[in-house]
Ligand binder design. Structure first.
Ligand code: F6P
Length: 533
């Protein structure tokens, strides 16, 4: 690590040790704070003022950030920054204009646009023919979460097709889904970067069998593949004209903009998919051009550094106050935790500080009636990202006002808390007996000074969704650079895959268990016993 960075980390640690470092309310006494800590990128407004990032902390964080934008430029130049997989990281090329991104000697943009043109022509044909009413996307992780999140956010009645997402190898998922589908009218996309992922291939064989049972040899016409592995897609029997490729410089969790997003375009229409890409491009332009002190992805990353490394907060909640964004927290879980759940630096040394926090979330107001209790009164503060959408796409104005009021109220309650004077006065006004007031008081106090970031979108459409998703992608990039970890590999998923492969034959009827720890051996025996009954 450069000496400058070490000094900046030390300065940050010093600020975090100072008394009152996590207090927010005193900072809020500055009438200019809300404006000074509110930033805009594209159509998104981000209020970062309800955090304990003071002016001094912000200065120290920006010192830490020297070098992040240079790393960003290396990514944009197509350098192989994913060193452990020896790959470039070029998801920005997927939404960039023609002629903008290169990967080594190759014109990455040319290939991207050739695929986009083919996808558009394919959508036009499918929509024009009108034969297919439903599209089933079979994929998992990045080949499921991003497209599913976006299709759920953007689909409206009257759009060209219904989209379904089959990800879990649990047969119950297909068992439920298949009953609503007519094989003759269902287009099946097998979405897999590698075309080797066990769950996806198991489901692909299952669904191909269902198509073949109903349609015989004609089933091939209903099959589409989205992959980098063109040999495997051919072996699986997908006609070449129905294969849409992409390259290894697209990470799975950043792939919804690639051929992997075809289900979005089929379900919602090409214009919607194109607007999604345009929105992401708008955020890319901000990320690529805004100076450090105004660069929203970087500022959000720095706020997270303060929470995780300064204050030692190990988790973060994502609370979209919009039902259409119900799968947004799940998508971010992969984007953030698969990218930043790392314990060694790019150079292979232990990271000397905590890295990616646990990310979880649910749409508001549902979250308020499940886990928000812990955010308000639990022992460890959990920073929250609250996403508000000013204008709904429905006419139920009263509901929407309630939704917005609740989102604002959560952020306000986390900040201001509730002290003994206030709680006593309220209970006394209700005529609660003095002894009961004192007994209940500790339970009814809210500590306050709990951080949140509020993002406001004017409306949720394909363009603003593209901006929002790209904002978080770039935030993750910045955190990877700040923590000096590779945010683009995911070796941590491998061991479980290998062990599952080894366990699979041992679960066959009558099979013997191999060598395992005593707990696993006992569980295998119990499963054999229960399944033999
Ligand atoms: O879980 C590991 C992972 O490789 C993810 O990174 C990826 O999004 C997912 O599996 C699916 O991979 P594929 O698209 O190759 O089937």
């Amino acid at each position: 690590m450069a000496d400058g960075a070490e000094a900046a980390w030390n300065r940050l640690a010093e600020l975090a040790r100072a008394p009152g470092a996590s207090a927010i309310r005193p900072l809020m006494e500055d009438p200019s704070r809300a404006a000074r800590f509110t930033h805009r990128a594209g159509d998104i407004l981000a209020d970062l003022s309800k955090t304990s990032v003071s002016d001094a902390v912000r200065e120290a964080l920006l010192d830490l950030a020297r070098g992040v934008l240079a790393a960003r430029d290396a990514m944009a130049r197509g350098e192989r920054i994913n060193a452990t997989e020896d790959r470039a990281v070029l998801h920005m090329a997927l939404r960039g204009p023609r002629g903008t991104f290169r990967s080594g000697e190759e014109d990455a943009s040319a290939e991207v646009h050739a695929t986009l043109d083919a996808m558009q022509a394919f959508c036009a044909r499918i929509h024009g023919e009108g034969r297919f009413t439903d599209v089933v996307n079979i994929g998992i992780g990045g080949s499921d979460l991003g497209p599913q999140m976006a299709a759920r956010a953007l689909w409206r009645h009257g759009m060209p097709m219904r989209a379904h997402y089959l990800s879990n190898v649990d047969g119950h998922a297909w068992e439920v889904m298949r009953h609503g589908l007519d094989p003759a009218r269902t287009l099946v996309l097998v979405a897999s970067k590698t075309f080797t992922t066990a769950e996806t291939m198991a489901n692909a064989h299952l669904v191909r069998g269902w198509l073949r049972d109903a349609l015989g040899e004609a089933a091939g016409a209903n099959l589409v593949a989205l992959s980098t592995n063109l040999r495997a897609t051919a072996d699986f029997g997908v006609p070449e004209s129905q294969v849409f490729g992409f390259r290894d410089w697209v990470g799975g969790r950043f792939s919804l903009w690639s051929a992997i997003g075809l289900s979005i375009a089929l379900a919602c229409g090409w214009e919607v998919f194109a607007a999604l890409l345009a929105g992401a491009r708008r955020m890319d332009e901000h990320f690529l051009s805004a100076p450090e002190a105004e660069n929203l992805p970087l500022l959000m990353a720095l706020t997270e550094v303060w929470h995780v490394n300064g204050l030692g907060l190990p988790s973060r909640a994502v609370l979209p106050y919009d039902e259409r964004l119900a799968r947004f927290p799940a998508h971010l879980q992969q984007v953030e935790m698969e990218s930043l759940g790392k314990r060694v630096t790019l150079g292979g040394l232990p990271v000397p500080r905590p890295t990616g926090p646990v990310v979880f979330g649910e749409p508001g107001t549902n979250s308020q009636h499940s886990f928000m209790q812990l955010l308000h009164q639990g022992t460890t503060p959990v920073p929250a990202d609250i996403v508000l959408v000013a204008n709904p796409a429905h006419g139920f104005e009263e509901n929407h006002r309630q939704l917005l009021a609740n989102g604002l109220a959560q952020a306000e309650a986390l900040l201001r808390g509730r002290d003994a004077t206030e709680v006593r006065a309220e209970m006394e006004a209700k005529g609660v007996a003095p002894a009961a007031v004192e007994a209940l008081l500790p339970h009814r106090l809210f500590p306050g000074d709990r951080p949140s970031t509020t993002l406001v979108l004017p409306r949720l459409d394909a363009n603003t969704l593209g901006q929002l998703v790209a904002l978080y992608e770039h935030k993750v990039f910045c955190l990877g650079a700040l923590w000096e970890v590779n945010a683009f590999d995911q070796w941590g998923v491998e061991l479980g895959k290998q062990l599952a492969g080894a366990l699979l034959p041992e679960l066959a009827p009558g099979a013997k268990a191999g060598a395992h720890d005593p707990s696993t051996t006992a569980l295998i025996a119990e499963l054999h016993r229960l399944r033999a009954d």
